[in-house]
Design a protein around this ligand. Sequence first.
Ligand code: FE
Ligand code: FE
Length: 179
Amino acid sequence: MAKKSKEARKKAVITVLNKARAMELQAIHQYMNQHYGLDDMDYGELAANMKLIAIDEMRHAEEFAERIKELGGEPTTEKAGKVKAGQKVEAVFPFDANLEDHTIDTYNQFLLACQENGDNVSAKIFEAILDEEQAHYNYFDNVDEHIKKLGATYLAKIAGTSSSTGLTPKGFAVNEGGE
Ligand code: FE
Ligand code: FE
């Protein structure tokens, strides 16, 4: 760390913040797509929670952008990867649990990169967001287990439930008593 210039360290932090922002942009689009899909299949409660989680990811994308701007960088507008469309309900939840699991692992590494480059403010942003990604993982994994164990019985209970999130939804992790 001592060998790197202040500018080089800042640049390294901006790079990981932008990689994280690109992952958030992908997650937003992925979860929005699944929200419409689940709503269309009439799994209202699952659709509503998916929308709330997409809202969490938007807040994350904004938090990373604000920090990038603070450091004098330019927030990326590109997604990290492609969005998977047209998934069946059984495919959605293991897919998303895997996405969050990958995000948690990656953000832990990015957090370390921020610390190694002497930026504890950015490290703290990763720390707070990691708690919410863990809440997302837990939710997706729970639903996946219900579908795997109870199948049609569980899905029948969800069918026809409301997909409403109200006029000013604050997101999922907030409602779950997270950050
Ligand atoms: Fe996120
Ligand atoms: Fe997430």
